[in-house]
Design a binder for this molecule. Structure first.
Ligand SMILES: [Zn+2]
Ligand SMILES: [Zn+2]
Length: 141
């Protein structure tokens, strides 16, 4: 809790219970939920919090860089409470989104810089595939 307080202070963010709840939830999950999934998950503890409030909290939190907004090619964003540089992979069958950790993009950066003569500062790469669970289910059929 202290941690969140100091982070919010540093970013000059007002510590509203809604913002704290949304941020805490995102830090506690690796599922990369949508705003609606966050809303549903927080309903029990915060029955008066509206979906619009969740959206607003998410917007503020991503503006100050506390969370990441992910565009995995759906109509709406997914959110990530971990902001270190990492890539994402999405299952095309069940729509789960997982992290791809490590320096898998090293070569890609070098190649892209070489080709475009840009100095690359950051990148966001999405992989698409079939997750292990879905793949094994499909094999069973
Ligand atoms: Zn899957
Ligand atoms: Zn992630």
């Amino acid at each position: 809790m202290n941690n969140i307080t100091s982070i919010f202070k540093e970013k000059h963010l007002k510590l509203t219970p809604q913002r704290i709840a949304v941020y805490k939830y995102l830090r506690s999950t690796k599922e990369h939920p949508s705003a609606e999934a966050i809303y549903n998950a927080l309903q029990e503890d915060y029955p008066t919090m509206s979906l619009a409030t969740v959206y607003k909290a998410l917007k503020t939190l991503s503006e100050v860089g506390l969370i990441q907004e992910l565009n995995v090619g759906e109509g709406n964003f997914r959110y990530d409470g971990s902001t270190h540089a990492h890539s994402h992979i999405k299952c095309s069958v069940c729509n789960r989104v997982d992290d791809v950790e490590g320096n898998v993009l090293g070569d890609l950066h070098a190649k892209a810089e070489e080709q475009t003569k840009y100095k690359i500062l950051s990148s966001q790469v999405y992989f698409y595939g079939i997750c292990e669970d879905c793949y094994s289910k499909e094999k069973d059929i």
